[in-house]
Design a protein around this ligand. Structure first.
Ligand SMILES: [Zn+2]
Length: 482
């Protein structure tokens, strides 16, 4: 009896503690539909957050009597976790970097993964983001592309900025991993000119330090071999077509010969020659059974995919001719704006290259297959390359993923909980749950009905800091007036 009494009083105590929870310093979004990848859509929710964390999520009627510091009526609106762009480059256009935080946040992108740039430069922006975490996205960095010799992004031309470092030996490559790790990169990005020996040594050194390696599969390797060696993820489905062809072995042999014979070329030219020689041939020799075995291999090794359809289909999809992009160019620093305006007009005036179209279509078909195999996909854009406005272009990626066969909820998953999981942050980021970080985007229309509704942003919350539509417009206007 005593035990029961004790139990009952404990329960009462717990219950009364809960009810007396003080939310007078908290902010609430009331009567909103929450959407996340685990629970789908939940209607009539009230989400309460304080100190950067979600402290309570419950049914609106249960929490009606509570008092809050700040309250927003979410009636008719939809709350999604803050979005990730899992493939960006702060260093690609250095003069644009100072505008990128604002652009990301204004478009609901609260976390980004930088997949390559000069070490000091990307570290600087990661530090800036940490110092001002209420007004900047979370920034995860790979540091420079870890390439072989000759390296592709060697800084020899404006179109080849110095994003990479080229390792001439296995030892060189391993030393670069140590250097990047010692300054605190979050992952390693391997690149296309690595030899198989260098690539395997990079993977070993990186995993030994708890760093994931993402990559462009080296041209000297087959996708299966790269995945078997422990590659955590692949960017752009790069070089996948060459491994899904009936003649994949022959293509690999030829590539190795080209790499050997082309040592005197720049990395950029050599890579481009190989792509030109093999890409379309590979697609023409595409075989469903070979592709199936490759994808099964990726699935069994848990090799994730970041298809970056927004860049990969850009020259055929031509996002940069759309009104919303032309308007977004007004937000760029004057020099960048001028270049993008004239550059996009020039590209838009050219006929669509039928081979490029074939490749774009093939990639979209493969994204569906990857998704059907339940291989994890992350949404990434490659902004600001090729007129992809930071922030806005993430929404392009979500739409392209849906056009390729993902459901809108799966597309949201690829930009929320999946990238959080990539960095082992999924216990606190990417869902709308008690204890999770208060990073979210309030939408005026339902993204599950039309994925383009992710652009219909009413409010962005980063680490608990609320930015209303008016605040976001002020941020955008300040960029416009640069
Ligand atoms: Zn990239």
């Amino acid at each position: 009896m005593k035990v029961i009494l004790l139990y009952v009083s404990l329960l009462l105590l717990l219950f009364s503690c809960r009810n007396s929870q003080d939310f007078s310093n908290a902010t609430a979004i009331t009567n909103v539909s929450t959407i996340d990848a685990k629970d789908g859509i939940q209607k009539r929710r009230t989400v309460i957050f304080e100190g950067g964390r979600i402290v309570k999520v419950g049914d609106v009627s249960d929490l009606e009597s509570l008092k809050f510091k700040q309250k927003f009526d979410g009636t008719g609106k939809f709350l999604i976790p803050g979005l990730w762009d899992a493939h960006v480059h702060f260093a690609y256009i250095e003069e644009l970097a100072p505008s990128m935080f604002d652009l990301f946040l204004a478009y609901g992108v609260t976390s980004v993964r930088d997949t390559g740039g000069k070490l000091d430069f990307v570290r600087y922006w990661k530090n800036q983001a940490n110092l001002d975490s209420l007004n900047a996205p979370r920034v995860m960095i790979a540091g420079p592309l870890l390439d072989g010799h000759p390296n592709v992004y060697d800084g020899s031309m404006p179109t080849r900025p110095p994003l990479s470092l080229g390792a001439k030996s296995v030892e060189d490559a391993v030393n670069l991993v140590h250097t990047f790790d010692s300054v605190g990169v979050d992952l390693i990005k391997s690149y296309e000119m690595l030899t198989p020996e260098q690539f395997e040594a990079v993977l070993k050194a990186s995993t030994g330090k708890g760093l994931k390696v993402t990559g462009h599969v080296p041209l000297s390797m087959d996708v299966r071999a790269a995945s078997n060696a422990g590659l955590a993820s692949m960017e752009h489905l790069r070089n996948l077509e060459m491994s899904c062809a009936t003649n994949w072995k022959e293509l690999l042999q030829k590539r190795r010969e080209m790499l050997f014979n082309g040592r005197g070329e720049t990395g950029y030219v050599l890579r481009s020659n190989i792509h030109t020689a093999q890409r379309i041939e590979a697609i023409e020799n595409y075989d469903d059974k070979v592709a199936d075995s490759v994808l099964n291999n990726l699935k069994s090794n848990d090799t994730w995919q970041i298809p970056t359809l927004s860049i990969m289909t850009a020259s055929t999809n031509r996002h940069f001719l759309k009104d919303e992009y032309l308007k977004s160019f007004e937000l760029l620093p004057p020099e960048v704006k001028a270049k993008w305006k004239s550059g996009s007009t020039m590209f838009g005036g050219r006929p669509i290259n039928p081979e490029r179209k074939k490749y774009s279509d093939w990639l979209q078909m493969m994204v569906k297959k990857v998704n059907d195999k339940e291989i994890s996909i992350m949404a990434g854009t490659d902004c600001p390359i090729f007129f992809l406005t930071p922030g806005l272009s993430l929404h392009e990626e979500l739409k392209l993923l849906v056009d390729s066969g993902l459901t809108p909820l799966e597309a949201l998953e690829s930009a929320t909980i999946t990238p959080a999981k990539y960095f082992d942050l999924d216990h606190k980021l990417g869902l709308i749950r008690e204890g999770y970080l208060a990073d979210f985007v309030l939408l005026s229309t339902n993204p599950l009905e039309n994925i383009s509704n992710t652009k219909d942003i009413n409010m962005v919350v980063k680490n608990g800091s609320v930015k209303s539509r008016e605040d976001l417009d002020i941020i955008l206007n300040s960029l416009r007036d640069q």
